[in-house]
Design a protein around this ligand. Structure first.
Ligand code: PBG
Length: 325
């Protein structure tokens, strides 16, 4: 008798397939990244990210309320300032766009959703790097840590529940933890960008934040060829007190995500970045793929690889397609 094993039996009916399905995606596991632009009087479309906007402070509040109604787990805010300088001082200004927006959103939605903030200098610097520069033009790791510490405290003061250091400086988690504790923010957590690769898939994001960067971030973000250093970064972030680890981008790094998920004793997030979003939107707009199915397939794949939490620009829309529990 051949074949003697018939795996197709478990695929015969929708009920059978539902019974044996291993991976779920739930709204509570999704986090929406959002942009807020200083001085904007109406939401501005981001050309390379169809459906994503730079919010005004008012439209951000409406969108945050919608995110709560959709039942998603969190929102991650990025600020687009009107003025930039060498040290990114608008990031620490309590009235700077990101801190002002955090305060607004926290006042509007309270603890109904987890409020996260990008703790990095690149949106605020006139050179576009994630840290301050030394005289020779290189990114000065240790001088940058002092800036991250101040940014983190300003963001926690403004109401962020989780601080998201995304600059890949050595020691950033420890520096931020120490500063938060010293300021009395014992319950403010750190969502650490642990394994963040120097990726071409951040291109559309740099439009969204009007990045001033020329050159690249290869001296601080990781080489796409490497997984070992991702595990080293993960061990360091855990030792420094990270509350959640993150791998970024998601789809080209599912093996890294799996490896980090297997060694981590804290929850693990993955960031489905702007270029991953743009690719699917562009293909779908051309009629080349089924948009909704493709989106759900990517979210399922990222969850299957080991992500407890997925940052995705489709968070609210996808939540509308998913079971709540
Ligand atoms: C840096 C930051 C970046 C992204 C999130 N945080 C850009 C970069 O490292 O160049 C990219 C997110 C995306 O592409 O969706 N603050």
């Amino acid at each position: 008798m051949f074949p003697s094993h018939r795996p197709r039996r478990l695929r015969t009916t929708p009920a059978m397939r539902r019974l044996v399905s291993e991976t779920t995606v739930r709204p509570r596991q999704l986090v929406l990244p959002m942009f807020v632009k200083e001085g904007a009087t109406e939401p501005l479309a981001v050309a390379s990210m169809p459906g994503v906007v730079q919010h005004t402070r008012e439209s951000l509040l409406k969108a945050a309320t919608e995110a709560v109604s959709a039942g998603i787990g969190g929102i991650m805010l990025f600020g687009v300032p009107a003025r930039r300088d060498a040290t990114g001082s608008a990031g620490t200004d309590p009235d700077g766009i990101l801190n002002a927006a955090l305060r607004d959103v926290r006042a509007e939605v309270g603890d109904a959703v987890v409020l996260m903030s990008d703790c990095c200098l690149d949106e605020f610097t006139d050179h576009g790097h994630c840290g301050v520069l030394a005289d020779d033009g290189t990114v000065d790791n240790d001088a940058t840590l002092a800036h991250y510490a101040r940014l983190a405290v300003a963001q926690a003061d403004a109401g962020a529940h989780l601080i998201g250091p995304s600059g890949m400086m050595d020691g950033q988690v420890a520096a931020i933890r120490e500063a938060l504790d010293a300021a009395g923010h014992l319950d403010t957590g750190i969502l650490a960008y642990t394994a963040k690769y120097a990726s071409a898939f951040y291109g559309p994001f740099r439009d969204a934040v009007e990045s001033q960067l020329s050159g690249d971030r290869k001296t601080y973000q990781q080489d796409p060829a490497n997984i070992r250093e991702a595990l080293r970064e993960a061990s360091l972030d855990l030792a420094e007190g990270a509350d959640i680890l993150m791998v970024k981008p998601a789809m080209s790094y599912l093996d890294v995500l799996r490896a980090v998920a297997e060694m981590s004793d804290v929850p693990v997030a993955a960031y489905q970045v702007s270029g991953e979003y743009a690719m699917i939107e562009a293909a779908a707009a051309n009629g080349w793929i089924d948009r909704g199915r493709a989106i759900l397939e990517t979210l399922t794949g990222i969850r299957r690889a080991g992500a407890d939490i997925v940052l995705t620009y489709w968070a609210v829309e996808a939540a509308g397609w998913l079971d709540r529990d």
